[in-house]
Design a protein around this ligand. Structure first.
Ligand SMILES: Nc1nc2c(ncn2[C@@H]2O[C@H](COP(=O)(O)OP(=O)(O)O)[C@@H](O)[C@H]2O)c(=O)[nH]1
Ligand SMILES: [Mg+2]
Length: 428
């Protein structure tokens, strides 16, 4: 498999955590990182790189038969042009790399369109740069385009952006319908989230792979047809695109829609790399939680997975646990996706979270016509018993928490509707 991957040399900053993230990003995008070059400042005018580093890069490219160069910064058109001219290799800058990762992870049509939109915005900025260069006469005949053709090119991009925006508006109107269709599948879904490099894919592989004893295998992936059974039920698991430091604002929508599947999950595992300095662990955890909340995920559906236990001292684990205990979270667990430490406990928590609950609802007869479809739906995914009482219908339900939550949302909506109707008729 490695043989098919394109070989890249990665240029980034010297800080350890930045190098780690850059490698994880490149790997996630499907590249084989064969060498890493670092420099304290990557925004030098001509090449982004200093002269010495540039020579080093040229020799790496020759010796190791590099296919492409990844530049872990945003790169300007002039720099890209200068670099490509000297290196004779395609340069992928940080923004393009992130776009490639999003493209790989986009499942829905909306996510795909959002990414196309971000790509066009990326192009537009650079096209403007090209025009500016043309006009200043800095790069006569840059990319072989005349001034007229460049304007045509820019207009083309703008038209594309307009058309993508219109398609997205339409899709948003249809979105509600699609979401319920997916939810109605009724199979519990566990989704992995967390920063790039935290260990999502490693955990995914551990949970779905051969390293678990057969009795513990509960997962089926979204990408294969193999199904593993837990007490007569399948559980789906999905890996997602990682959170990334410094996402440019114009990519946020693409990022969010790529992560939309998290909203369908019964349980969201938030993977945190505890081998990083404690301050970094806290910072990333807080940011991750904010992202999840922004996406509309309830904290009660989240299990914090403190990963890479095998790299950390007992003392540090104590410190980390103390912090998370202070956060008053119900569910966190220390694991290693490498050795399997803590995985049993994690599985127990998952099973508990997707387990069934019993609840009772007193439903006014007046709203029953409004929720009759929802009642049919509920019956499909739960065990229900109804008793007719004088003032209301008593509904006893045993179902998964997500099913119950969904039903409660319908119920609330119906009740609110009845109230507004009553309110309006009072006034008239
Ligand atoms: N020692 C150790 N390394 C791990 C563990 N989990 C992941 N890794 C390593 O961390 C890096 C990033 O992991 P990956 O699963 O690709 O992270 P992702 O970006 O969140 O999918 C890889 O080099 C993994 O081998 C772990 O529990 N222990
Ligand atoms: Mg991954």
């Amino acid at each position: 498999m490695t043989a098919e991957r394109e070989k890249v040399v990665l240029i980034t900053y010297p800080e350890q955590h930045i190098i780690k993230e850059a490698i994880a990003l490149a790997t996630t995008a499907g590249y084989n990182v064969v060498d890493v070059l670092t420099q304290r400042y990557l925004k030098r005018a001509k090449y982004g790189l200093g002269k010495g580093k540039l020579e080093e890069l040229i020799s790496i490219i020759e010796k190791q038969q590099i296919d492409k160069v990844i530049f872990d910064e945003t790169i300007r058109s002039t720099q890209a042009y200068n670099l490509a001219k000297v290196l004779k290799k395609e340069i992928i800058d940080r923004e393009r790399l992130i776009l490639q990762i999003f493209t790989k992870h986009a499942l829905t049509r909306e996510a795909k369109l959002q990414i196309k939109l971000a790509e066009q915005r990326y192009e537009l900025v650079r096209a403007k740069d090209k025009v500016r260069l043309e006009k200043m006469g800095e790069q006569p005949g840059f990319f072989g385009l005349g001034e007229y053709e460049v304007d045509v090119y820019i207009n083309q991009i703008k038209r594309q952006i307009g058309s993508l925006n219109r398609k997205l508006i339409k899709i948003r109107q249809q979105r509600k319908v699609q979401r319920t269709q997916r939810e109605e599948k009724g199979i519990p879904l566990v989704s992995l989230s967390g920063y790039t490099g935290a260990g999502k894919t490693s955990l995914f592989n551990f949970l779905t792979g051969e390293n678990l004893p057969v009795s513990e295998r509960i997962f089926t992936t979204l990408r294969t047809t193999t199904r593993r059974v837990l007490g007569g039920k399948d559980v789906l698991i999905s890996d997602t695109v990682g959170f990334i430091r410094k996402i440019p604002p114009y990519m946020i929508e693409a990022f969010k829609s790529t992560l939309e599947e998290l909203k369908f999950a019964d349980v969201v595992l938030l993977i945190v790399d505890i081998s990083e300095p404690i301050e970094e662990v806290k910072r990333k955890y807080v940011t991750s939680l904010n992202i999840l909340q922004e996406l509309g995920i309830e904290i009660s559906d989240v299990v914090i997975v403190l990963n890479k236990q095998d790299l950390v001292s007992e003392n540090k684990i104590g410190e980390v646990e103390e912090y998370f205990r202070g956060e008053k979270l119900d569910y966190f667990v220390v694991v290693s996706s490498k050795t399997g430490y803590g995985i049993d406990e994690l599985l127990k928590m998952i099973k508990f979270k997707i387990g069934e609950e019993r609840k009772e609802y007193a439903i006014e007869y007046s709203i029953i016509p409004l929720i009759s479809n929802n009642l049919d739906w509920l019956k499909q995914y739960s065990k229900t018993k109804t008793t007719k009482l004088e003032n209301y219908l008593l509904l006893e339900v045993i179902a998964r928490k997500t099913v119950l939550k969904r039903f409660e949302a319908y119920l609330e909506y119906a009740r609110r509707n009845i109230c507004t109707q009553a309110g309006t008729s009072n006034r008239t």
